[in-house]
Design a binder for this molecule. Sequence first.
Ligand SMILES: [Fe+2]
Length: 264
Amino acid sequence: MTRPLTILCVGDVFGEPGRRAVAHLLPRLKKQHVADLAIVNVENAAAGFGVTPAIARDILDHGADVMTSGNHIWDKKEIIEYIVKENLLLRPANFPPGAPGAGSIVVKAGPHRVAVLNLMGRVFLPSLDCPFRKADDEIAHLRQETAIIIVDMHAEATSESQAMGWYLDGRVSAVVGTHRHVQTADERILPKGTAYITDLGMTGPTDSIIGVDPAIALQRFVSQMPNRFEPAKGPAMLQGVVIRIDPDTGRGLSIERLRVPLAD
Ligand SMILES: [Fe+2]
């Protein structure tokens, strides 16, 4: 068999602590795992809400090869102009036709071609077009170029992520979930060869409530009054997975969780 292809998938980068973790850890992890490609979800990289062109460029400079997103992609208005020109930043493919940017891309990884497809769930999230039908359409096109396809399923309901994993089993190399900022321990290879995890977790502040300063998030829960969310400060961690794929068949061979604290 040809040498397995190694892909690093990094969970939602949250605010400055997440960007710090990417800057320090991503280059090291790529080297350590001999990764051919790194896919990073960046939709909370700008203080928890969206991503700016400068931040996206910085994350590319630190080793991201493709960036994915989700429901917060349009939070920073200047990203619209950027996403039209920079096809390495994806938005969910199942936004209605005419949305700026693209939901998938095929990139080179050494001698291989890898497709990355970004989808978003509809349970407890805005009602986009059907992610399952969109996945069928996209995969039909992408498979003409490569058998190696990685799907970022940005979803709130764990059931919807699992549904997508089973729906695409044997048709894509991996389905990895994002959005919840809590890593799940259900990584596995599904029966027909798709690597799967419900959620990659978060790359951001360790002492936080899904990235937000605990005092601020608690105030909202306890008082039921609106307040302004801010990222927590302090220690940070990178979370995600390392996936190994047989490049000849596109099948997932292994999936391993990463939880790497950033040393002070
Ligand atoms: Fe999200």
